[in-house]
Write a protein that binds this ligand. Structure first.
Ligand SMILES: [Zn+2]
Length: 104
């Protein structure tokens, strides 16, 4: 599910959304502290369970090591199509075009 928060016609966020978004910000801070760019992302199941999380890891030289891309790889390996469709990705910033394509 791709929800754009904060745009006209968007859904309201609740406390669970805020908790997951705060985790993304914390992961982004971890990324920055470890020499990476400040981005973090969390994958949450339709039941509200955190399935996978990661932060940016391009500091090691791998320019595709974005957390949203890691989520797409993990989900493709571990989840069925229907489960993916019901899950939510929270991220500290709008996806890059590479990650948006991977999620598609
Ligand atoms: Zn990206």
């Amino acid at each position: 599910m791709l929800r754009h928060i904060g745009q006209e016609g968007s859904v309201m966020i609740d406390d669970a959304d805020r908790q997951h978004l705060q985790r993304c910000v914390d992961l982004a801070a971890q990324a920055l502290a470890s020499g990476n760019e400040p981005f973090g992302s969390v994958l949450v199941s339709s039941q509200g369970h955190v399935l996978f999380e990661d932060h940016n890891r391009i500091g090691g030289g791998g320019h595709t090591q974005h957390p949203e891309f890691a989520i797409a790889r993990w989900a493709a390996d571990k989840m069925g199509v229907q489960e993916c469709a019901k899950a939510t990705v929270y991220t500290s910033c709008e996806h890059s075009r590479m990650c948006a394509a991977a999620h598609g």
